[in-house]
Structure formats: C-alpha cells, structure tokens
Design a protein around this ligand. Structure first.
Ligand SMILES: [Zn+2]
Length: 315
C-alpha cells in the first residue's frame, strides 16, 4: 500500500491520542509522584513498592527518559521476565548492527558455547570468527557489503506482541484503561500458552530503514478511532519508531472493538525521511505461543573499510 493510501486511512479514521518524541535529555514522568497506584495490578503502597525506576517503554528501544510512577516494582520485574526479555532477545542482533544503546550499551552478538562473536567497538564492528564454528559472515568485496549471520536467542512470538501492547498501555490515558480491561489481564498472564483468551491474528507491521540511525531518538504514538470513522478499523493503534526500526500494532481485546476489523499500516517517520533508502516493510506474525529456537538472522550492511585483525589469544 502506498504512503498516500495509508495517510488517507489514518485521516479518515483516527485522531492522535498520545505522542512522545524522546529527543530531549529531560526526564518525562507519567503519573503522580504523590499518589502512586500501579495501573497493571491496581495495588498501592505499602502493599507494593515503587522504589525502582519504571521505564514507560524499555531501555533496549533507546528510551532513557520516559518514566512512569504507575508501575510497581513487582510488575516491573514480572514484565521484564515474562515479556520484555523476549523482544530484547529478538531485536538483539539488529541492535548490534544499528548501534541502539540499551541499559548496558550496545549489545554483543554471540552464541552460547562458541567463541565467534560480533561486537561494536569505538572504531567499528569487530567480528571474531573461529574455525570449526558456524559461519558468521559473508563478504561481497565488489559491492562492499557484508552479510552477518547469527542465531537469535530463544523467544516466544506472542510475548513480543504483549511487550508492544504493554508499552501502549503505559502511555495511554488513564481514562481509556476501562476499554482495555481484558487487554490488561492478557498482558498480565505469565503462561503464554495457557491463556483465557484466544488470539490468533497478532500481526505487526515492521519496517527497517537503511542508513546510520535515521531516527536517532525514540518516538511512540497512539492513535484513537474517530467517532465518525469511515472504515471498520481497530479502536487503537500503537506505533513505535527507533533506530532503523518501526513497529505497528493494534491493541487487542478492546471492548470497543467488535466484528471484523481491518488493521492497515499508517505512515511512519521514515516514509518521509530516508536519505539512504526507503523503509522495507514486513508483516511479522507474533501470534504463536511456542518457543522459537535457533532462528537464523541475516543482516546486510555496507562498509567503508575492512581490516583483518590478528585474534588476541588471551581473549
Ligand atoms: Zn503492579
């Protein structure tokens, strides 16, 4: 679908509900410091604590400034374990290539038990390949491209969709939460394969835009369906853009949605700003509750200069 068509669908059906462009160094706190209540478990102090700094969207999507007062420490650790780790693992190889900084800096790529690894150093990517191990790259010296091949850590697709949904439910206005009671319950479920809800169409519009960090800050946006909408679209859609990536989902299980709904992608910041090439869109199906193991990821990048380094035997 063309950008123009997507723009028309957006204009006919949606109004912006929340917009955050995290391009300042100032911290933004959501919620009320004096009246802390967790919006995920509905508990207050002293039943739960609010000592940890809760990031409204995870640090691995390059968020260091958007924080919330309405996520308790227990929910914070639970979501980190049940959903965020899956999206972090899924995107880890991509983040190394595009230099997105998480909590511990840019992540390295390596497979457990192997010495071959890819790290981002000050002066470029450092690739260590060892004989007898899986091949980790291909060079194309004519086109000056390198294809890196790596294996993703085990992840569960539906947990990634929940992770994106949780980001949306964190930035959403308090007054809208009553329209997402089931959605809240769904993201709170710890057993992804033993759910009260049956969801089998969790499609995510994903895009990759080439070039050195076309979007050097993170944006997250929520759109709400207009009263007078033209198409049968979902009540709310969420867009996340950071680094070279965008993710778009609709918020499932809203009591404002019924019947067949048609979810189409809306324009992203990269559709207008992409000096190194237009975004490549892909639909990712995150419906599965099964673990995905040993998935190969191939990432192609162009390089300026290639140096063959002696491997330091002490490492
Ligand atoms: Zn809580």
């Amino acid at each position: 679908m063309t950008v123009e068509k997507r723009m028309i669908i957006l204009e006919n059906n949606y109004i912006p509900h929340k917009t955050y462009h995290l391009n300042t160094t100032e911290k933004i706190y959501l919620g009320n410091k004096e009246d802390k209540k967790c919006r995920f478990c509905k508990k207050t102090e002293p039943e739960v604590l609010f000592n940890k700094i809760a990031h409204a969207i995870p640090e691995f999507v390059n968020n260091h400034n958007l924080l919330s007062y309405y996520e308790c420490d227990s929910c914070n650790s639970k979501f980190a374990r049940t959903i965020e780790t899956h999206m972090g693992d899924y995107m880890n190889p991509n983040h190394t290539m595009s230099q997105v900084r998480g909590k511990k800096g840019v992540p390295s790529v390596r497979k457990g038990g192997e010495k071959s690894r890819i790290d981002l150093k000050k002066d470029g990517l450092k690739i260590q390949a060892h004989d007898g191990e899986r091949e980790i790259f291909d060079f194309d010296e004519v086109n000056k491209t390198i294809t890196l091949k790596t294996i993703r850590a085990t992840y569960i697709p539906i947990a990634i969709y929940k992770c994106l949904t949780k980001m949306a439910l964190t930035i959403i206005d308090e007054s809208e939460l009553e329209n997402f009671r089931n959605t809240l319950e769904w993201i709170n479920e710890e057993q992804h394969d033993n759910s009260r809800f049956s969801l089998n169409n969790l499609k995510c519009f994903y895009s990759f835009t080439p070039g050195p960090l076309p979007h050097d800050f993170t944006s997250c946006l929520l759109f709400k369906r207009k009263e007078e909408h033209k198409d049968n679209v979902p009540y709310m859609i969420f867009l996340l853009a950071y680094g070279n990536y965008t993710f778009q989902i609709y918020l499932p299980l809203s009591n404002k949605d019924s019947g067949e709904i048609q979810f189409t992608a809306i324009p992203t910041p990269f559709d207008s700003k992409n000096e190194f090439g237009a975004p490549k869109y892909k639909i990712l199906d995150f419906s599965s509750t099964e673990k995905v193991k040993n998935e190969e990821v191939k990432l192609q990048l162009s390089y300026e200069r290639f140096e063959d380094l002696e491997i330091d035997n002490e490492e």
